[in-house]
Design a protein around this ligand. Sequence first.
Ligand code: 13P
Length: 255
Amino acid sequence: MARPFIAGNWKMFKSVADTIRYVAEFRALVADVHDVDIVIAPPFLALHSAAEAAQGSNIGVAAQTLHWEREGAFTGEVSGPMVREAGATFVIIGHSERRTLFGETDAAVNRKVMAAIAATLTPIVCVGETLDQRERNETFEVLDRQLKTGLDGLTGEQLAQLVVAYEPVWAIGTGRNATPAQAAEAHGHLRTRLRQWFGAPAADACRLLYGGSVKPDNIAELIRQSDVDGALVGGASLDPRNFAEIVYRSRQATV
Ligand code: 13P
């Protein structure tokens, strides 16, 4: 089992002051955890403060999106180099909320992945089906399309560094997580496709996270599934003790 990768997506929650308080408390809680990759993704405005507060710790910082251009007349947008300079080393790309609420397409995801790599940010690329799509038996087809277009043009070497998050839309913020069997099935499918497209060594090095109503109570069972290398946590990452508990349990489940 690979080293677990646990990321907290804060979405549009927490001010700069909240972020500084959170990181001070959280870094103490996870100070002794050296066998888990831990990442938090605050809103843009708090990225720099988060990175400063996390300096010298085992906590990485991620942005929640980025624009694919380095700079230009794109009112309201933030670029990869800006995010990197603020101290982030990861960036979430193609989250289902970006796709459904802000019209992000698979082609846009692809441009953002390339921009992230160019800015030396590690992309965390999100894919996942809606409930309708699952009920119509289209899950694999949807995942294939999102992944194929989203990762188009990547080399095996680049894929090996990448993080992919499987987040079934019906499980996000609903309290209804995918069953361990459903997660294992989807992750197995993703790994198979990545092997076909990029070769086994690169595909096996790419970390596959599960996201959607992950909590301290279900992390162990989910992360024990083959091809589940970690989790992308929304609501349960907003409280530092809760999130630290998820980190602890992910590690106990994999020893
Ligand atoms: P919840 O953990 O709140 O369901 O959110 C999952 C998510 O969207 C993480 O990116």
